[in-house]
Write a protein that binds this ligand. Structure first.
Ligand code: ASP
Length: 339
């Protein structure tokens, strides 16, 4: 199995004709269609989303198909190949939201490869918004999803064995720009880099409609039963078709505390640009926690608005997101940071 870092390098090589890091785009210009997603894995996810958007497809289909790429990758940090909880089980959380404020979510879901698609079924086929645990799994099976083997990926198995030596629950912030790697990691796992486990994606289609998705295995070695922000509408993801869409990554507890993605959208409603809205949300977390405690964590937000502008902000250096708005424009942007 490829090491995660190596996988990311290979992934970007495959895309070399139109992806490069550090590009500073003109975020003032409106783009439509447009898709953005968190972290390096966003490049591959954006490619799948763009296939839908470039053919005039719906943003909802784009954000589902986009993050499914990441969920399916055994070499990445999202989905069944990811790090388990502290009892050794991989539990997945996901949500999705469309332009009509329809939304669906699953949490604490085990052995199902595509939680985002189960979340979409919850949205479309049930009167509910969230299903969790065995109920979510039962629903998935009734909907024809397959129960995958209860087995950790090789990398996750290795990382878990390493973690068991100390069994310390220490959230580790992620740094994913290769040059800055390890700058902030207080603890290194055996594989060195699997210290976040989420992809969030928001998109606007050619008709100007917005949708978003967020999917995660949650924090590595979390307490069994712990949920973060990612499956929670308003925290890990929020879409308002009149205004914009936002999604979050990083320490979920602190995103939940401020209803992060909803806050970003509401700040855009008040006239802030996506970047300024993300910055204000990050500042609110820092204000609550204080500078010292904030240095121990990472939270990043990304957002788009109805004008086709995009932006992102994070607590500290090391967060990046992928932006795609044309066949030859799919690139990484380093998130601006406060601390
Ligand atoms: N937000 C996710 C959670 O708290 C983790 C992450 O984004 O890495 O579960």
């Amino acid at each position: 199995m490829l090491h995660r870092r190596r996988f990311l390098q290979l992934g970007s090589l495959g895309l070399s004709s139109f992806s490069f890091a550090g590009f500073t785009p003109d975020t003032k210009s409106g783009r439509k269609p447009l898709v953005i997603s968190t972290w390096d894995a966003g490049i591959e996810a954006n490619k799948a989303a763009w296939k839908v958007l470039s053919k005039g497809g719906r943003a909802l289909d784009a954000v589902e198909q986009g993050v499914m790429v990441t969920e399916a990758s055994q070499n990445c940090c999202v989905g069944l190949g990811a790090n388990p909880d502290r009892d050794g089980y991989v539990t997945l959380d996901s949500c999705i939201m469309d332009e009509h404020a329809n939304c669906g979510s699953v949490a604490f879901l085990e052995r199902i490869k595509h939680p985002v698609s189960v979340a979409r079924r919850v949205m479309e086929k049930t009167p509910h918004v969230m299903l969790v645990g065995t109920g979510a799994q039962q629903f998935a099976l009734e909907e024809g999803f397959t129960l995958e083997p209860a087995k950790l990926s090789d990398d996750a198995e290795k990382a878990y064995r390493e973690w068991l030596k100390k069994s310390e629950y220490k959230p580790v912030i992620n740094v994913e720009n290769a040059k800055k790697q390890t700058a902030f990691a207080p603890t290194k796992f055996d594989n060195g880099e699997w210290n976040h486990d989420t992809i969030g994606m928001v998109a606007m289609d050619a008709s100007g409609n917005l949708s978003g998705s967020c999917t995660t295995s949650g924090m590595g070695f979390k307490m069994r039963g712990r949920l973060g922000d990612s499956p929670i509408i308003g925290a890990g993801l929020f879409v308002d078709n009149e205004v914009g869409a936002a999604t979050a990554t990083g320490q979920g507890e602190d995103v939940i505390r401020i209803c992060g993605s909803h806050l970003v959208v509401e700040l855009m409603r008040q006239g802030l640009s996506p970047e300024a809205a993300c910055k204000k949300a990050v500042e609110r977390i820092i204000k609550i926690k204080g500078n010292k405690a904030s240095k121990e964590i990472q939270v990043g937000f990304i957002a788009i608005n109805k004008k086709g502008e995009y932006g992102g902000y994070c607590i500290q250096k090391g967060f990046s997101f992928a932006v795609c708005y044309a066949d030859d424009k799919n690139f990484m942007v380093d998130g601006k940071y406060i601390l």
